[in-house]
Design a protein around this ligand. Structure first.
Ligand SMILES: Nc1ncnc2c1ncn2[C@@H]1O[C@H](COP(=O)(O)OP(=O)(O)OP(=O)(O)O)[C@@H](O)[C@H]1O
Ligand SMILES: [Mg+2]
Length: 274
């Protein structure tokens, strides 16, 4: 049960362990629970095992040890395939049809939807991510950032209850990054569960309320609120990370350190007004 006494967690993973076939250990004894509707970041340095863990949580990799349960069900990820959407780090995993439109339609076409619903979803998501002009193009002719947006769009057209995203805004320009983050906010407001993997502390306050911090050895170094983790410079340094710039700037100046530039602007405006 979740802390609030509500329904079962969206994702409940215990004792996860995984080494790649060449013997490289990637995930080494990890427990992760994500409540329904929660926004959680998997934060850690390069090579920490974030992508591996995200793929285990999304049912794309079978762990050597441990288990993952979804929405309190006993089945594996296939049993909840319609409710779960995973975006891996490589957009090419999702872009294999002759056109971007067909890639976006691929997921919903597997669902038993009323006539026209797939097209409506594709058009709606494409408009939100500014992909309209690109729908008729072959996906391999898109730029890297465009491919990332198209891959994200293909994860959204299935309208999942839980969305697992590996570095959703890497390689994306500022305007599109803002559009993606706005869209993730809207999805969270609708109750969609979000798990985002990233090595960037700067991104975390925009996508998560809680952080699972991984160390370089594929273990959980700490879990806590976004504020607790991002303001603990020593803890982050131990994991080869640094607090966001604005946190470093305000450190020691106020008890209520802003985590984002927008929060900092609000604090400064309040100071001006008083
Ligand atoms: N296919 C593979 N075969 C062997 N080792 C792998 C493979 N993929 C990843 N690894 C290793 O597993 C470990 C975890 O890799 P993973 O990709 O999960 O890290 P990550 O935290 O996502 O890193 P990044 O921030 O660079 O994306 C690393 O040591 C990596 O070298
Ligand atoms: Mg990765």
């Amino acid at each position: 049960m979740t802390d609030d006494g509500g329904g079962p967690p969206a994702i409940e993973a215990t004792g996860l362990r995984y080494a790649y076939p060449d013997g490289t250990p990637a995930v080494d004894g990890v427990d992760v629970t994500v409540a329904e509707g929660e926004r959680v970041a998997l934060l850690g340095p390069n090579g920490a095992g974030k992508s591996t863990l995200l793929q285990i949580l999304g049912g794309l990799i079978d762990p050597d040890d441990g288990e993952v349960r979804y929405f309190g069900e006993t089945g594996d990820a296939d049993a909840v395939r319609d409710r779960l959407s995973v975006l891996t780090q490589d957009p090419a995993d999702y872009l294999f049809n002759p056109t971007v439109r067909e890639d976006l339609a691929y997921g919903p076409a597997q669902q038993d939807l009323p006539d026209g619903e797939t097209d409506r979803r594709v058009d709606r998501v494409a408009a939100r991510l500014d992909l309209g002009e690109l729908l008729s193009k072959p996906p391999f002719r898109l730029s890297g950032g465009e491919q990332r947006r198209a891959a994200l769009a293909s994860a959204l057209t299935v309208e999942p209850d839980a969305l697992l995203l590996d570095e959703p805004v890497s390689n994306v320009d500022a305007a599109n990054r803002a559009a993606i983050l706005d869209l993730l906010d809207e999805l969270a407001a609708e109750g969609v569960t979000l798990v985002v993997s990233t090595p960037e502390t700067e991104l975390v306050p925009h996508v998560a309320d809680r952080v699972v911090l991984l160390d370089a050895d594929g273990r959980v170094a700490a879990t806590g609120s976004t504020r607790e983790i991002l303001t603990d410079a020593d803890l982050l340094t131990d994991c080869d990370l640094r607090p966001p710039q604005v946190v470093r700037l305000f450190d020691g100046l106020t008890d209520d350190v802003p985590l984002t530039v927008t929060e900092a602007e609000t604090r400064l405006d309040d100071t001006d007004d008083s």
